[in-house]
Design a protein around this ligand. Sequence first.
Ligand code: NAI
Ligand code: MG
Length: 504
Amino acid sequence: MNEVTTIDRTQREYSDAVKKALARKPQLYINGEWVDSSGDQTIDVEDPSTGKVISSFVEATDKDIDRAVAAARAAFDDRRWRGMPPVAREKIMHKIADLIEANADELAELEAIDVGKPKGMAAVVDVPGAAAHFRYMAGWAGKAGGETQSPYSMPDGMMFAYTLKEPVGVCAQIVPWNFPLLMGCLKIAPVLASGCTTILKPAEQTSLTALRLADLIHEAGVPAGVVNIVTGYGHTGGDRLVKHPDVDKVAFTGSTEIGKLINRNATDTLKHVTLELGGKSPVVVMPDVDVAETAPGVSQAIFFNSGQVCVAGSRLYAHKSVFDKVVEGMAETKDFWAPRASLDPEGHMGPLVSAEQHERVLGYIDAGKRDGASVLMGGDVPSSDGGYYVNPTILTDVNPQMSVVREEIFGPVVVAQRFEDLDEVVKDANDTQYGLAAGVWTKDVAAAHKIAARLQAGTVWVNCHAMIDPALPFGGYKESGVGHEQGRLGLEAYFETKSVIMKL
Ligand code: NAI
Ligand code: MG
């Protein structure tokens, strides 16, 4: 029925550019320079397609973190970046995007071998997306500003009042491993547009592209200290950043568990905090759909990036009249999503990012089976010579109490359920601690709008999934987040607003 066992999962040879990037000396990018750590600890880089160690990078010490924060503080306080004409900042931001595009092939390959995602996916999603965030936010560098406002309770002409938008200050930005370059750029772009400075810490599983990004940011002419890139673990370096008294804002993307911890840790100095956290996003399939279009769409909603996506459509609710056809149609995509090594040009899905994640996802699948779920597809690992592969998996006969239905699995595992009427499915879809995203598939425009209004989610897609765009605000309801990124709201999160009131 499928070719899974016959796929050769041997990793292809890396390109020369990637070999060079892997051979670089482990260093940190602080104050516009590559510097050695004050310590001697490093963290290994693994290729998840093979499980082999291919490089290493610095595990930053407290001293390293403090040095990076001091550099960002000095760069903010002396106004070397926010003081520049916006047109000059905008130009530099476009230059970063140009350099990302000029190095697209290397960046896509580095991302592929670091995360385990197919290089072809990184080339069409991660790398162009990374450049687009800089281009979009570059436009705001010269367009954001305050407004004049006449006071309400005072006679006309007595006062002159206006607001100023001022950069919030030194930012600590912590990103996860599923879209490392894209998330890094999404974080840094509004920093540069607003006039802030930052210390970015990529995830300990995936730091390669962030380090290459530092080279490009340097080459583009961002002044020293404005962007600092430090590598290391979350509970050490990340924690120190979050608690650092000289940091004004924390922007985090990752698990809800760590998001809550960061929110608490940032409280002592009342830092501004934005959090983009987990999800368990429902996908509602209405009875009127064209199954031939919908089944591949809802499969992509879960299997893209091996399901390691905060907005993954991990809970499918299909109307009982189409349920069987929809899940059968999803099962037909099995070969398309069969996991392959990340540099295999035939691949649409790679391995999971790490042994830890592999174990976690398989643990959920086992728990689902123990709880009585049926495995309609996958549920196992394919043959391979190392690497963290999991076959795309569809679970049916599930109920709302099961951990596979309630918790974020962050793997290629969808739980499929039937529904009868709209009220019921809206209630079930909203029965979760999360509220990041949701999907609706239907040709009935009125039904689409009604459901979109009733789903508790920061983003609702209709007849598509995971379409994320720099111009559209992205944020979570409930325990999926605090604040927004992207769009005007995403920029605003990097400003303080000052009211100036003058008696004439
Ligand atoms: P995590 O939330 O622990 O890690 C994300 C980032 O936070 C990494 O850069 C890490 O170094 C940092 N970090 C960890 N602890 C920290 C602390 N105490 N202070 C400051 N920074 C800290 O996520 P992890 O452990 O990699 O994955 C666990 C689960 O989290 C996944 O299975 C998945 O369910 C979820 N997750 C969700 C993501 C999303 O985009 N919503 C992204 C990554 C993971
Ligand atoms: Mg963790």
